[in-house]
Design a protein around this ligand. Structure first.
Ligand SMILES: Cc1ncc(COP(=O)(O)O)c(C=O)c1O
Length: 370
């Protein structure tokens, strides 16, 4: 800008601009490429839930990650770990069996670091998901949806695909502990730093691979000397709620399956196993509460979030109430609603799941799809 132009600018900023400028957090230095932009998401105080509970409820805005979900962190650390261990060299191939966000995270990271990406998924998945992965440059194999015990299950096919290639890695997100490591090194420290002014009493989230809950819990327990309560939030159909409630004696399903995607487990993964004894308690969250929270967050906060994130926020508000007035609880807003919109905002789909009546009538105006 020339100095003559500079001279014509007002010396004092208008009041509105000054107000916003003073609220902005300090900007950090530029980051290196897409991978440098993974992590460091804002921690959002959810004002409506905080007011309602008389507590402070915070959600980590993972929908702001470059690939749009919390799984970008796992994808990056799994690839970095394979590089560090010499398992993959430039031009190699990353193979994973995934129906969702991990594949999207891996596809982004593979483009950014010069690898091919191959994804196996059940052929029951939406065309949007398959198309998005292909648009991101991944090779996608939709295969028949068969149980994990069947050798044709998409996870086993992914493992065999990698075995057949030179310079290829099956990333195995469920049992590859580089996933948990991502959250020990990033999510945990970020939440701890972001709550230094306010304090933090609790952390809660649901598990798919368990990487987020395990890694974040490990860090927060270490940093707080065990003071931060760390709880599991579990959807219907998962076995982990009974496991925590029975002090690791029994693993039985609570309920019959859930509309939430990416969460709920039938076993203890290698990612969760090392930290399961640090989990203080668990809450079972019913789908009716999760779906109502999707619509409530849209209406009251302008937050367009997926069902696993909504489940986490229901859980965080309940945990805060249990911990008592004034308590501060953080959770994860795993991804946005765009990936699920043809289901979550469809009247027919909600009816088919018997969930229409769970949504308060004043929020039905958001159900815009037939
Ligand atoms: C939408 C969504 N929420 C939550 C999770 C659970 O995260 P984690 O695998 O770290 O347990 C996943 C995992 O794929 C997910 O896709």
């Amino acid at each position: 800008m020339s100095t003559s132009v500079l001279r014509t600018l007002p010396r004092v900023l208008p009041r509105a601009v000054r107000t916003y400028a003073s609220r902005a957090s300090p900007l950090t230095s530029p980051v290196s490429g897409l991978c440098g932009a993974i992590g460091n998401t804002p921690l959002i105080k959810i004002n409506s839930l905080s007011r309602e509970t008389g507590c402070e409820v915070y959600g980590k805005a993972e929908f702001m990650a470059p690939g749009g979900s919390v799984k970008d962190r796992a994808a990056l650390y799994i690839v970095l770990d394979a590089e560090k261990k010499g398992l993959i060299k430039p031009g190699g191939t990353i193979v994973e069996g995934t129906a969702g966000n991990t594949g999207i995270g891996l596809a982004h990271v593979c483009r950014a670091r010069g690898y091919k990406c191959v994804i196996y998924m059940p052929n029951t998945q939406s065309a949007e998901k398959i198309n998005l992965l292909r648009m991101l440059g991944a090779e996608v194999y939709p295969v028949p949806a068969v149980p994990f015990a069947d050798p044709q299950n998409y996870n086993h096919q992914a493992a065999r695909h990698a075995e057949k290639l030179d310079n290829a890695v099956w990333t195995n997100q469920f049992d590859n502990v580089a996933n948990r490591e991502a959250h020990i090194l990033t999510t945990g420290p970020e939440i701890w730093t972001q709550t230094r002014q306010t304090g933090l009493d609790g952390f809660i989230c649901a598990t798919g691979t368990g990487g987020t809950l395990a890694g974040t819990t490990r860090y927060l327990k270490d940093a707080s000397g065990g003071q931060v309560q760390c709880w599991l939030a579990d959807p219907p159909g998962s076995v982990l709620h009974t496991y925590v409630q029975t002090k690791r004696e029994r693993m039985e399903r609570t309920g019959n399956g859930s509309i939430t995607e990416g969460i709920g487990q039938g076993r203890l993964t290698s990612n969760l196993q090392p930290d399961i004894d640090l989990i203080d308690d668990s809450l079972h969250i019913e789908d009716e509460a999760s779906i109502a929270m999707v619509f409530r967050m849209l209406d009251e906060e302008g937050l367009y979030i997926g069902a696993s994130s909504a489940l986490n926020l229901v859980a965080a508000a309940r945990m805060a109430q249990k911990l008592g007035k004034g308590s501060k609880v953080a959770t994860i807003i795993c991804d946005g609603a765009a990936r699920y919109q043809t289901r979550l905002f469809s009247r027919k789909w909600l009816e088919s799941k018997s969930l229409l009546s769970a949504i308060p009538s004043h929020l039905h105006r958001y159900i815009v799809l037939p």
